[in-house]
Design a protein around this ligand. Structure first.
Ligand SMILES: CC(C)(COP(=O)(O)OP(=O)(O)OC[C@H]1O[C@@H](n2cnc3c(N)ncnc32)[C@H](O)[C@@H]1OP(=O)(O)O)[C@@H](O)C(=O)NCCC(=O)NCCS
Length: 156
């Protein structure tokens, strides 16, 4: 539910013209950012990939993004990020709720994602707020620094 301080945004499909803004956020968010070509591939992969940006209506600024694949009835969430200036205002949570609803409407039955063991913010969002549960651990899945990934899942 929206509360005071929450940010309004619209969610739309990512396009090539968004990449400068998206890459700036990606580089701030991750020690191993995806290369720009990976985002381009997601934009072009219209059958499988759903790359979405959250846009602040007043300014047109991109404040976050989510990329998921719908593979038959499985929703694979591959990237989630919120611009550091807009964090803790429920953008991440609202983006996730919207894409999970959208994916369910398209036939998604189960959502899965990977998260760094030490990523307290993302784990709290996924596990405590959204109800994702532990499925598996992938040892040394991440580099820079090397760390295990938790695989989390949520029936839709
Ligand atoms: C994880 C991330 C997307 C959360 O986005 P956000 O918009 O700041 O999160 P929200 O404001 O929607 O927070 C929702 C809930 O997540 C949890 N949460 C978010 N940030 C947190 C933090 N820094 N510490 C602890 N819990 C946090 C809280 O439960 C929060 O609910 P509350 O504010 O009502 O207590 C954001 O921190 C981010 O972009 N991190 C860097 C990229 C990343 O790690 N992506 C995930 C990869 S798996």
């Amino acid at each position: 539910m929206a509360a005071d301080g929450d940010i309004e945004f619209t969610l739309r499909r990512m396009r090539a013209a968004d990449l400068a803004e998206v890459m700036a956020i990606e580089r701030e968010c991750f020690p191993n950012p995806w290369p720009e070509n990976t985002f381009r591939g997601e934009i072009q992969n219209e059958g499988l990939s759903h790359p979405l940006v959250a846009v602040a209506p007043a300014t047109g600024t991109i404040i976050g993004y989510v990329i998921y694949w719908l593979v038959q009835d499985e929703v694979q969430i591959n990237n989630v990020a919120v611009h550091p200036d807009f964090r803790r205002r429920h953008v991440g949570e609202a983006m996730m709720n919207r894409i999970l609803e959208d994916a369910r409407a398209k036939g998604g039955m189960y959502a899965v994602l990977e998260v760094r063991l030490s990523n307290v913010a993302a784990r709290d969002l996924y596990e405590r707020k959204l109800g994702f549960v532990f499925l598996d651990i992938r040892a040394a899945y991440y580099t820079n620094p090397t760390e295990d990934a938790l695989v989390l899942g949520l029936p839709l």
